[in-house]
Structure formats: structure tokens, C-alpha cells
Design a protein around this ligand. Sequence first.
Ligand code: PMP
Length: 359
Amino acid sequence: MRKKNFFAGPSVLPVEVLEEIRDNIVDYKGEGLSMIEASHRGGMFEQMYDECLELFRSLLSIPDDYDVYFLGGGATLQFTMIPVNFLLKGKCADYCKTGSWSNKAASDAQKLGCVNIAFDDKENNYTHLPDPSALKPSENSAYMYLCANETIGGIEWKTFPDTGSVPLIADMSSDILSRPVDVKKFGMIYGGVQKNLGPAGATFIIMRHDMLDRRNENLTAYMDYALHSKNKGLYNTPPVFSIWGVKLVLDWIRRNGGVEGMDRLAEEKSQLIYSVIDSSDFYRSPVDKAVRSRMNVVFRLPDEELEARFVSESKNEGMLGLKGHRSVGGLRASLYNALPMEDVKALADFMREFERKNG
Ligand code: PMP
């Protein structure tokens, strides 16, 4: 029996996708070759890759003036590539610090140039977001940066600031394709694929093409977005297995109602857990209700001993990954697109029963 997988990433994949990989791993659709043995230039890989990019474009309604491709290096490499490309001399970049991942991005950018902290909720332990309509880029801003969903803190922007002619750059690693996004509002959207899109390895890049006109010159090859744009991510060997998995997950998303279907599911699944939390004095959500994440539900129990018991007893019920990130403690249930509704219901039942026994 499959475990109920609440890991934050790598995380649950649709079982149909795993079966499709199993059925084709040795001989891809009768080609006599595995997808992960094929050259990335021409042939069956590139055909699959082009279909994958088209599908991604159509599911997220990405306008034609945006480049879409995949790189390696994880979302973390983008913490460096973004300032290396766009933090021009004489300008500053605005960073919104809303939790662990935006803090890491800001810290890397600070090593490379001038950073203005547009928002920092440190004093509240990163439990609140600013009012997006009150957030304006500073004068002489190179770009404004935010993390759409903080995977560790469980906090998610519901709407985004309007930054006018200053490009808005967003890390959407942990909520991509869980809701519609107006891509036109962003200069760049990126993220690791290992939560909502597929097996770990690839990083998706969505970038308005004219962003390339405002980048630094004389960049080394891999650092230069222009080179990747020109080669649609195939300048060097891409993470082929991960990309094949992404293509299959995107097919699965399309078959299951597209991004609107995922949006409805995310609402239903997260509401199931938040309603258990809100209807009890035993469970507590530390995050401002208005901006609680639908992908990563973070919650606490009255003490750490109970939290440890919750983790160990849930494991006995086949539920994995409910321990909060080591940096913040507590509990966290990641409810990504591929997590079946039955598993969320099972968690809600388990939570009620655990409260009955220990509350
Ligand atoms: N941003 C967010 C929001 C994340 O959740 C993560 C990883 N959990 C990262 C960035 C870093 O991603 P990677 O491990 O792919 O470098």
C-alpha cells in the first residue's frame, strides 16, 4: 500500500505518472531506447521537451513574449543568477523578506550588490505579509523580489504588488500550477519542480523576453539567461529524467481540469485541514489567517512532546512528512497537487482522533 505522502519536496507524484514511467523506462513507446538514454539534441527527447514547454505555456496561459525553459541547479542557483543578471551597478533591488526562502535569496543578492529590504516580518516570526497595494518599488530599483509561497513558514501571497515598470520576480517553487497566475504582472517567475511539477532536478524559468535587455554584460556562460533563452534551456545537458517526469505531470494536470482544477482541489484540501485547526483549541496555526498557505499547512500543538507523539503516531498510520522543518519545529502538512483527497481526509480524521485522545 502506498504511504500518504505529506513531504515538502521531493514530494508526492501522481501514481499514474509513476506507472507511466515504470511502463516506459526500458523501452519508451517501442522506440527501443529509454528516454533517459536518448541524446538531448534532436530525436525523441527534444520532441518530448518541446511538447512539455508548450503544455506548460498553455496550462499557465504564458504570453508569447515570455521565454519558458528548464535549467539545473535547483531554485537555489536562481538566488545567485537573478542578481548576477539583473542587479545592475548603480541600482538596488527590493527584496520582501517573508520567511526562510526569501531570506536566503536576499542574503545571496546582498553579497552581489545593493539590496533594499522592502518588507521584513522578522519580529513576528514571518507570520504576516504586507498589503500588496501599499508595496512600491524604491527609487532606482532594479527589480522587486518575493517568494509567492514560503514552504517552511506556510505563508502565501494571495495577490501581488503592482510594480509598474520595475520588474517583479517571484519564486513559485511551492505553489506553481496550484492556482491561476497573471504572468504579465511578472518579469520572471521561477522555481524548483520537485513539489508540484515532477521529480527533483529541473528548475522552471518563465521570463519576459525584454528582461534580457536589462542584464549585466560579460557574464560567464551558465550564468547568462540570454544564452539559455537562445537555446531554450538546452545550452548544456538538461536534467532529462526530471523533465520527462514534468511532462507526464503536466499531462496529468491537463487531464484533471488544468490549473482551475488544481485551484479547486487546493482550496478543498487545505480547507479540510484548516477547519480542523480552527475548530479546536488544541491545534493552532501561527500564520495570519488571510495569508495561510494552501500548499504547506503549518500548525502547532500545546507542547513539543505532543508534537513528537503526533509525528510518530501518524507514521504508524502510514502518513509521512508531517514534522515541521527543522529550522522552525512544529508540524507541517504539504498538500501539493498530486496528493489524493482521501489522504487529506485521512489526515483530518487522524487529527480529530489525536485531539480526542490527547486534548
Ligand atoms: N524556494 C522555495 C520556496 C523552496 O521551497 C525551496 C526548496 N524547498 C527552494 C527555493 C530551494 O530549492 P532547491 O532545493 O531546488 O534549490
